[in-house]
Design a protein around this ligand. Structure first.
Ligand SMILES: NC(=O)C1=CN([C@@H]2O[C@H](COP(=O)(O)OP(=O)(O)OC[C@H]3O[C@@H](n4cnc5c(N)ncnc54)[C@H](OP(=O)(O)O)[C@@H]3O)[C@@H](O)[C@H]2O)C=CC1
Ligand SMILES: O=C(O)[C@H](O)CS(=O)(=O)O
Length: 492
């Protein structure tokens, strides 16, 4: 049987060393961390278990590389990012194979993520050439007021396992385009995808120190990335709990912070919804990446008038979803990332059923074993249950019944999160009223898929700070400088 490495067209993409200061290095003490396939438990390989000293070295290398990188013309940086983008497309199959192996998502979905990830590099290769300043009409004689935007400096990124490529390029794209070097610490579960991106960045000609990937204990590396004064900005994607901690760790050195955190997305089906479209939207919004995305629908509010019809159609569609190893053709749902994730889904179901909820399909660990869990639909769920308050981050669709617009808006907004939200209605008045009333950074209207590189992705309340993607996304890597130019009077 082919080994994982042998399955790659370009096995040199699979690196068991970190890319640091333009070199491929092991940990100074030789320590390593295992990386396993969540579908099989098979050890795929090992990566360096680097610590504070290596992290400091990465930051110092980034700081040393910054002057030359920021001195390049925007179009020169853009050309290098375009080459990186091209290499990502050229190696999309291998990047997808590596991603499926370490994260579990189906190969087709992994390849989709590679293209999504590459789109951020392409987008910011262009955006970097449009970092405009301005001249302000002077309030005084003989002076000019000029505003310029400059790169913030050395940036750090700490990224999650659920989108091993896109969460890195959604940060590295704008950082590098703005003229900032970046040190990335990928999730421990999915380092090989990040290291493969570093291989391609090196091949694209991005100079040593500008893009670094360092693996090892998250707390040790995170402490250095958040505490080192040379780091001027941290971008984090992950849970609100960890985001809160990292933000506090950045406070002593007053770093710029971007946080893409947890969500608790409502998915609302109004009585005038196109039910078939709503079911298709629900499948995408809930089961993309097996429910392991921060923008996944977490609560389904269905109007009483269409509750039974929607529940029946959704249950039928969910029961037909194909689950298995992500490398198997036709598989739509892979394994969950680990046992802890399975236990969280199980605990949400158990508590809801104990409170009177009904299982319409699924509800237990899959016959495949391991971390496979049946896609599940629950009916008669109560807003007081854990599944309404906590992010499940798994293949569980709980259905809640509502009777009025005011009631469902109150229920939908009753959470500390504010990332994504969705609703289906064909009444134009209701669409504008509900879109305005939902307290979320993003609203999907008659669609379950809102993520792309051109729109501002991010949340309000405790779902985070800042926006990624879009023309807003580069602002978080820039600082505004105001120059007041006096002495312009005609010499006497
Ligand atoms: N808003 C968004 O775009 C996204 C939000 N999320 C949210 O994250 C959660 C699930 O993802 P998950 O990866 O488990 O989230 P975590 O917050 O646990 O982990 C995210 C990243 O942070 C690292 N990390 C964890 N603790 C620390 C620490 N003390 N110091 C430094 N780094 C740390 C992790 O490394 P390691 O795991 O190796 O310890 C990982 O790389 C869900 O709530 C989900 O909604 C996830 C993805 C996207
Ligand atoms: O990590 C995530 O969940 C992503 O931010 C979701 S998306 O951008 O791929 O929709």
């Amino acid at each position: 049987m082919q080994t994982f490495r042998e399955s790659l067209k370009d096995p040199t993409l699979l690196r068991e060393q970190c890319y640091l200061a333009g070199e491929w290095l092991s940990a100074s003490d030789g320590a390593t961390i295992e990386v396993t396939d969540p579908a099989t438990g098979v050890v795929l390989g090992r990566v360096p278990d680097m610590g504070a000293a290596e992290t400091r070295r990465a930051i110092d290398a980034a700081s040393a590389a910054w002057p030359a990188w920021r001195a390049l013309m925007a179009r020169e940086r853009s050309a290098l990012l375009e080459r990186w983008h091209g290499l990502m497309l050229e190696h999309a199959d291998d990047l997808a194979t590596i991603m499926t192996a370490e994260q579990g998502k189906p190969l087709l979905e992994a390849r989709g993520e590679v293209l999504y990830a590459a789109s951020f590099i392409k987008w910011f290769a262009e955006e970097g050439k449009r970092v405009y300043g301005e001249v302000i009409p002077s309030p005084g004689q003989h002076q000019q007021l000029v505003v310029v935007k400059e790169p913030v400096g050395v940036c750090a990124a700490i990224t999650p396992w659920n989108f091993p490529a896109a969460m890195i390029t959604r940060k590295a794209g704008p950082a590098l385009a703005a003229g900032c070097p970046m040190v990335v610490r990928p999730a421990g579960e999915t380092p090989f995808t990040a290291l493969a991106l570093a291989v391609l960045a090196e091949r694209a000609g991005i100079p040593p120190g500008v893009f670094t990937v360092i693996t090892g204990g998250s707390r040790v590396i995170g402490a250095e990335l958040t505490g080192n004064p040379l780091v001027r900005k941290l971008s984090f994607t992950g849970s609100t709990e960890v985001g809160r901690l990292l933000m506090a760790q950045c406070a002593p050195t007053i770093k710029k912070v971007s946080l893409e955190l947890g969500g608790n997305a409502p998915f609302i089906v109004f009585p005038d919804a196109d039910l078939d479209a709503a079911v298709q939207g629900a499948l995408i919004a809930k089961f993309r990446n097996n429910g392991q995305t921060c923008v996944c629908a977490n609560r389904f509010y269905v109007h009483d008038a269409v509750y039974d019809a929607f529940a029946a159609r959704l249950t039928q569609a969910v029961a037909a979803l194909q689950m298995g190893n992500g490398t198997t053709p036709g598989v739509q749902l892979g394994p969950l990332i680990d046992g802890r994730a399975v236990e969280k889904v199980e605990s949400h179901i158990a508590e809801a059923v104990q409170g009177g909820a009904r299982i319409l399909t699924g509800g237990r660990r899959h016959a495949l074993g391991g971390t496979f869990f049946e896609p599940t639909v629950l009916a008669d769920v109560d807003p007081g249950m854990r599944v309404a308050r906590e992010e499940t981050f798994g293949p569980l669709a709980p259905l809640f019944r509502f009777h009025s617009d005011d009631e469902v808006i109150r229920l939908a907004n009753d959470t500390e999160f504010g990332l994504a939200s969705y609703f289906y209605s064909r009444d134009i008045g209701r669409v504008w009223r509900v879109g305005a009333a939902l307290e979320y950074g993003m609203v999907g209207i008659n669609t379950g898929l809102i993520s792309n590189e051109v729109a501002p992705f991010g949340g309000v309340k405790q779902s985070g700070l800042g926006r990624e993607g879009s023309h807003y996304g580069i602002d978080d890597y820039l600082v505004v400088k105001y120059m007041c130019m006096g002495g312009l009077e005609v010499p006497s």
